[in-house]
Design a protein around this ligand. Structure first.
Ligand code: PGA
Length: 248
């Protein structure tokens, strides 16, 4: 059985003080949660968040990690820096990184290897744009993102994939549960081809893109969907908790 994982992606939101307040609000609301609960948050919030989540089930994640150990990489964050604070998860290859900051499948691959080498659990994002979808290129795009992104990576036991159709992120448009399930099933089949049936069966794949309390239950009921990567709705304790507690 794959344990569901609900991860918040705060993006560039919340100062450290705001983060502390949000976590304090969130803690009691997710105290009895069944899924694994993660918050991936800005670097400047990590330190205070580590203290704020103390005694709760909430796990800490960052929104990126550098591929190098240290050195002349202005603006990047190293695995060691994250580890020292107690970060457990890192988002890699989010579509906003790909769209605005030149992230490619090749750099995703380098970051992924670095995360795994340092015992950080990566949440690797894949997904097609609206244009790619309309041109019927979804499978082709996903195949390249998975094959190049995972090249040379042998062990997927600590990896989570997030399927986030770019047209559904922050737009209020959600893929239908059936559609998301089918596409995630395709991603699983790609993993099966490379890594075999056992790995494909145990790999957790999340859906992301305008997930909210009102659609979480339907999405989570799907065979292939093992969780969510939550943007906008992760910024309000009640909404995020509503997704985490989707079973009621
Ligand atoms: P959204 O963002 O939930 O606001 O659509 C999801 C994401 O970008 O991870």
């Amino acid at each position: 059985m794959r344990k569901p994982i609900i991860a918040g992606n705060w993006k560039m939101n919340k100062t450290a003080k705001e983060a502390e307040a949000l976590i304090n609000e969130l803690k009691p609301l997710v105290a009895k949660s069944k899924p694994e609960v993660v918050i991936c948050i800005p670097y400047t919030d990590l330190w205070i968040a580590k203290q704020a989540i103390e005694g709760s089930k909430i796990k800490l994640g960052a929104e990126n990690v550098a591929w190098a150990d240290s050195g002349a990489f202005t603006g990047e964050i190293s695995a060691a820096m994250l580890k020292e604070i107690g970060v457990e998860y890192v988002i890699i290859g989010h579509s906003e990184r790909r769209q605005y900051f030149g992230e490619t499948d090749e750099t995703v691959n380098k970051r992924l290897k670095q995360a795994l080498a340092n015992d950080l659990k990566p949440i690797v994002c894949v997904g097609e744009t609206l244009e790619e979808r309309e041109k019927n290129k979804t499978k082709k795009v996903l195949k390249k993102q998975v094959l190049v992104g995972f090249e040379g990576v042998d062990d997927l036991s600590n990896v989570v994939i997030a399927y986030e159709p770019v047209w559904a992120i922050g737009t209020g448009k959600t893929a239908t549960a059936e559609d998301a399930d089918k596409t995630i099933g395709y991603i699983r089949s790609l993993i099966r081809k490379t890594y075999g049936a056992e790995v494909a069966k145990s790999l957790r794949i999340q859906y992301g893109g305008s997930m909210k309390p009102s659609n979480a239950k339907e999405l989570m009921a799907m065979r292939n969907i093992d969780g969510g990567l939550i943007g906008g709705a992760a910024l309000k304790a009640e909404d995020f908790a509503g997704i985490v507690n989707y079973k009621g």
